[in-house]
Structure formats: structure tokens, C-alpha cells
Design a protein around this ligand. Structure first.
Ligand SMILES: [Zn+2]
Ligand SMILES: [Zn+2]
Length: 296
């Protein structure tokens, strides 16, 4: 039977970190991480770590078993958690924490001022130089900033952000694969409607506009495609419906149901979104789309 509990005791978390507070055990993990197949025999690991006492070495291997490593027919390999740990650490090392600001080609959709992208303490911010509005903020690993031109960096950040939103709205945590809750809220005085997608296990979260959830919707992709714009390749912050709530209508708050109008080239598509992230097309000014049975 599947354990549906998302609760992990603090002592379990502390015990997992405690396992890493030992030079021999870290050396074992490092020896596995740096092998092409992430697999090694007992003797290969013992030689790599440089420990003579087989009993002591076996003790440390056993300590790591079940949390970071597992046995195979030939020896030992990582569990998924051991690999994720390595990748997370690698992603945060070797890149800059800050980079020079970039002026984006897309102007501020509120006031048409210049949008400036900055990277501060491993978080991207796009802010308008004129009205001061922050149109996006999202964490990004330093490894993603290194070795890329400005244009490549913007594309990488756009792709990364879209995948995060995709996974979150599908109910899969992009950081630990657990389940996601979606909480609608009105934001401050502006009455903007935002959704906070939060992991039920690792507390990872991202707050999005309603429109961002529609970015990968087939009806929205088709709507823009018919009007000659590829919504899958233009940066998501260049779409007004992704950066404000002006065209969002709240239909109900208990349970939440909202309608988003998306406008382009004189045409409009309206979609509904409920608390479970189910989307439906309410209507569309392009006949061939509004008549499609695929959206009903
Ligand atoms: Zn502005
Ligand atoms: Zn998570």
C-alpha cells in the first residue's frame, strides 16, 4: 500500500544530514558520484576512499544504505536522493551569484518603460525602470548562468520557468516530486488574483499569475498559432496575460473559479480555471477554435 502521508519527522531529516557529517561517508558518495555509471564494487570504493579496515568501511557503507546508496549485483550505486543531492550542490557551485543587468527587448506592459533583468543572490528579477513594477522573480541555479551568452541565458531562464510552472500546475513538485496544493488569493490593494503552488512535502512554492497556467494550454497555443505567433518560443514575460490580472474575472471564491480573457490582434479567447487547475474554453472569437470539440 502506498504511504500517502507527506509528513517527514524532523529527526529523519536531521539523521539524513547527520550521515553526511563524516569524511569517510562523504568520500564514499563522492567516489560513486564521479564514476561514469554511478556504480562501484566494495573493493573499488574502499580503494578510492583509501580505508584499510574492511569492518569500519562496511559500517560506513551500511550507514548510507537506504538513504543515499543501495546494493546492486556488482556492488553499490546511488539512490535517487543521492544523485539529487549531488546535482543540487553542483548546480549552486561554479557560477556567479550576480551578473550585470540586462535590458530586455520586451518593454514593460504596464507603462512601456524599459524592463531590466537582474540576477541577485541566485534569483532573477525583471523590473520596470520607469514604474518600478517587478513583473517576475524566480530562483535560478548559478550553473545555468555560467557559459551562456545573454540571449542563451534568457532562453534558458524562460524554458526553466515554463517547466517549473508546467510541473506545478500538473500537481508534481519540480524539486521533490511530491503533491502540490494550489491556493488562490487576492494580492494586496491591487486586487490581483494570484495562485501559490506549494509542495505538500518540501515546502517549495511558486506564485504565478492566472495567465501563466494557460501558457501550455493547447487552446491558447492554437489561438496564437492561428494568429501567427508562437507562444511556445517567445519569452513568457512578453505576454500581457502572464504578467497582470487585468483580464481576470473571479466567478466564484468558494470554490475558486476564474475566467481569463486573452487578447491578440483583435481576437479574444476566454478560458476558465478551477481550484484543481482544470481549464476549459469558455468562448473564442475565432470560429474554428470555438467550434472545436477538443476544448469542450
Ligand atoms: Zn512600467
Ligand atoms: Zn517538493
Amino acid at each position: 500500500m502506498t504511504d500517502t502521508s507527506s509528513e517527514v519527522e524532523l529527526t529523519e531529516i536531521r539523521d539524513a544530514f547527520q550521515l553526511l557529517a563524516n569524511e569517510t561517508r562523504l568520500s564514499i558518495l563522492y567516489a560513486l558520484w564521479t564514476r561514469p555509471t554511478w556504480e562501484a564494487t566494495f573493493t573499488e570504493l574502499k580503494t578510492a576512499v583509501g580505508m584499510r579496515d574492511s569492518g569500519q568501511f562496511q559500517y560506513h557503507l551500511n550507514q548510507l544504505m537506504g538513504t543515499f546508496i543501495q546494493r546492486t549485483d556488482e556492488g553499490y550505486t546511488h539512490l535517487a536522493g543521492g544523485i539529487a543531492l549531488y546535482r543540487t550542490v553542483l548546480g549552486t557551485l561554479g557560477g556567479p551569484d550576480d551578473i550585470p543587468q540586462l535590458v530586455l527587448e520586451t518593454p514593460c506592459l504596464l507603462c512601456h518603460g524599459s524592463l531590466v533583468l537582474s540576477y541577485e543572490n541566485q534569483v532573477f528579477y525583471a523590473r520596470c525602470e520607469s514604474c518600478g513594477e517587478t513583473v517576475l522573480s524566480s530562483p535560478f541555479f548559478p550553473a545555468g548562468v555560467a557559459n551562456r551568452t545573454d540571449q542563451e541565458l534568457l532562453m534558458a531562464f524562460d524554458t526553466w520557468s515554463r517547466r517549473l510552472i508546467d510541473l506545478l500546475q500538473s500537481g508534481v513538485c519540480p524539486w521533490c516530486a511530491s503533491t502540490i496544493s494550489h491556493d488562490f488569493e487576492r494580492s494586496g490593494d491591487s486586487e490581483e488574483v494570484l495562485i501559490t503552488h506549494q509542495c505538500t512535502r518540501c515546502e517549495g512554492f511558486l506564485t504565478t499569475h492566472i495567465g501563466e497556467v494557460f501558457l501550455s494550454d493547447p487552446a491558447v497555443i492554437s489561438f496564437f498559432y492561428l494568429l501567427g505567433r508562437d507562444v511556445t518560443t517567445a519569452p513568457y514575460w512578453s505576454f500581457e496575460f502572464c504578467t497582470d490580472s487585468d483580464d481576470v474575472t473571479v466567478l466564484s471564491e468558494d470554490p475558486w473559479m476564474v475566467e481569463q480573457a486573452i487578447r491578440y490582434e483583435g481576437e479574444t479567447i476566454r478560458l476558465k480555471l478551477d481550484e484543481t487547475m482544470d481549464t476549459t474554453v469558455a468562448d473564442c472569437s475565432i470560429d474554428s477554435l470555438s467550434n472545436s470539440s477538443a476544448w469542450l
